[in-house]
Design a protein around this ligand. Sequence first.
Ligand SMILES: [Zn+2]
Length: 198
Amino acid sequence: MNTQTHLLVAAAIFAKPDAPRRNTALVIGALLPDFPVLTLFVWGSVTGVPQGELWGSIYFSEPMLTFTAIANAAPLYAAIALLAWAYARWKSGAPLPTLPTLTVLGLAALTHLAGDFPVHVEDAHPHFWPFSDWRFHSPVSYWDGAYNGRAFSVFEATLGLALAAILYKRFNATWVHVLLGTAVVAYFAVPVFWFLQF
Ligand SMILES: [Zn+2]
C-alpha cells in the first residue's frame, strides 16, 4: 500500500493524544519498511536518474534487494516487539500498564507488512527473511492496473479517508489536522505524479 495508508492504519490502531513517545514510535515503525523505497526516491530525485530506471532495474537489483528484504522482514520486527516487551515486563516485575515504546514500533511495522502482503505481485517482499525467501505473489496489486490496481486504489483511498476522519476527531492539534489533510491530498497527488512521469 502507499506510505500514507500505512501511517494512517498504524496511527488509527496505536496513536493516543498526549503520548508523544508512543506516537513517534508508531510513525517510525510504520515508515521503516518503506525506508529503502523513500531513500531510492530521494536519491533518484537528487541525481536525476529517470524514474523508469529507478523502479524498473535499480529497485530489482542489489543492494536494493537486500535493503528491502531487511526492511520488510517480519521476524525482525516481531523480535523487536517481543524482546522490548519481555525486557520491560522483567524490569517492572508487574503487568505493564502500557506497551513499551519499542514494542509499539515493532507492532506498527508489522501492521505495515500485513497491509502490503495481500497487494504485491512482481514486487512482493520476502516477508519471512532471513528464514525463507518465499514471496506471496498476489493476484492484486496496490498500483498495477494489470492486476486490479485501479479498483484497489479506490478502496485504499476510501480507507485512508475514513482513517483520517477517525484520527481528526481523536486529535485536536492543528498540526495533526494539517498532516492528515496532507495524507489525504497524497491519494490524488501520487497518481498525478506518476501520470506526468510516463
Ligand atoms: Zn510497504
